[in-house]
Ligand binder design. Structure first.
Ligand SMILES: NC(=O)c1ccc[n+]([C@@H]2O[C@H](COP(=O)([O-])OP(=O)(O)OC[C@H]3O[C@@H](n4cnc5c(N)ncnc54)[C@H](O)[C@@H]3O)[C@@H](O)[C@H]2O)c1
Length: 382
């Protein structure tokens, strides 16, 4: 048997033993899918099924290399285990990536009905261990196509029994996380009169602005797309607009909400931040490990991204049992309590909230995973 130190790249990571792997970085299964006829090349990564079938979206992206695609699938799948655990779902974490240009084939890209259906057959072959959904580069209409070959698909259109656009409850959940942050920081969940900066007013950001305006917050926004700014200004003329994310970070804010791309919090932006709270929808806001400590050292309360942006996965998870909006919304409202619990534990343990969130997710996976394995196999003989 090859020693782990002699393996290279992704194999080293996949087959690392519990002691060799980075914390939480141990995956159950990785499936490489190839369909020559349609040109499909995909990776399905199942990080953990301790809490149930692994749920996570399908990213369609022109990766620079196949190795990069596998690494991304592994990272994203791990993130879904933690997100689903803290969202209180009976679901594990997985993610898939399709390597290619997500534009339709008719427009010079790689996406076609044949490719999506071939992908659906691979997901089906896993018998429900992995349940897919939309992610960057895949849309509700794509999931409708995948569902023609596969039973384990969420994020479909309402006409096909799906929950539709997940950004509605993502924004609602971020708003709940922000109210919990205000409660922890200022002793009241109200955001009335608070100055909140939203960077990125796309699908999630523009719904978040609506919640904030209804709450009576003073909202400042920025977006690189003029049409996104115009849409928000047309709905809420009172919203202030600044030139770019850099100007927003330096504006006099109470709360900063990154709702565009990842990596918004880094060695340059954290020292410039004026806000006392950071709480937004963007995934992977911390550019590198250690930023959470820089935020804490500056006295800035950071609401962990994967905790507060779980409304979307709660929405698509509800679809598995037949989508009921009010039930999903009630579950997303619990993001308020979870965020508060993480802040309280972080304070008690003397660690940043991002560390506290990881610990809580790991505890749930270990405790419930152990319980499930006892129920399935019976207690071990002594
Ligand atoms: N849609 C969901 O349900 C969901 C769920 C969880 C997490 N997220 C995360 O939330 C974020 C936003 O998602 P979305 O669905 O609203 O995406 P989106 O593409 O609809 O919106 C992103 C917006 O950010 C803008 N933007 C990009 N770069 C910018 C920059 N440098 N400065 C200012 N604006 C910039 C874009 O123009 C766009 O309007 C992403 O990081 C996504 O991964 C989304």
């Amino acid at each position: 048997m090859t020693d782990v130190s002699e393996r290279s790249g992704v194999l080293r990571r996949i087959f690392a033993s519990e002691t060799e792997a980075a914390p939480g970085d141990s995956h159950e299964q990785v499936v490489l899918c190839h369909d020559r006829d349609s040109g499909l090349k995909a990776v399905i990564a199942i990080h953990s099924t301790a809490l149930g079938p692994a749920l996570g979206g399908t990213r369609f992206h022109p990766y620079a290399s196949e190795e990069e695609a596998v690494q991304d699938a592994l990272n994203l799948a791990r993130g879904m285990s933690y997100k689903n655990a803290l969202a209180g779902l009976d679901l594990g974490g997985g993610k898939a990536v399709i390597i290619g240009d997500p534009a339709p084939r008719a427009e010079g890209g790689d996406k076609s009905e044949a490719l999506l259906r071939a992908y659906g057959r691979f997901v089906q072959s896993l018998g429900g261990r992995y349940v897919t959904a939309c992610d960057v580069g895949t849309y509700v209409a794509d999931m409708d196509v995948v569902a023609r070959e596969c039973d384990y698909v969420t994020g479909r259109s309402p006409e096909h029994g799906g929950a539709g656009d997940s950004s509605v409850l993502t924004a609602f959940g971020v708003f709940q996380g922000m109210r919990a942050s205000a409660q922890h920081r200022w002793g009241s969940p109200s955001l009335e009169g608070r100055r909140v900066g939203v960077a990125g007013i796309g699908k999630v950001g523009h719904y978040l602005v609506r919640h904030l305006v209804e709450e009576g917050a003073r909202v400042v926004v920025t977006d690189v797309r003029a049409e996104a700014v115009e849409r928000v200004r047309a709905e809420h003329p009172q919203v202030e607009v600044v030139a770019d994310a850099d100007a927003l970070i330096r504006a006099d804010l109470d709360v900063y909400a990154p709702c565009a791309l990842g990596g918004a919090l880094d060695d340059t932006t954290v020292p410039a931040l004026t806000a006392g709270i950071v709480c937004g929808a963007a995934n992977n806001q911390l550019a590198h490990p250690g930023v959470e400590k820089d935020l804490a050292d500056r006295g800035i309360l950071y609401a962990p991204d994967y905790v507060v942006n779980a409304g979307g996965v709660i929405q698509v998870a509800d679809e598995i049992q037949g989508f009921v909006f009010e039930r999903a919304r009630a579950k997303a409202a619990k993001i308020f309590d979870t965020t508060l619990e993480i802040f309280d534990r972080a304070r008690a343990d003397g660690v940043p909230p991002a560390v506290s969130a990881d610990r809580l997710a790991e505890r749930r996976m270990a405790d419930i995973g152990r319980l499930r394995s006892i129920l399935l196999t019976g207690p071990r003989k002594q």
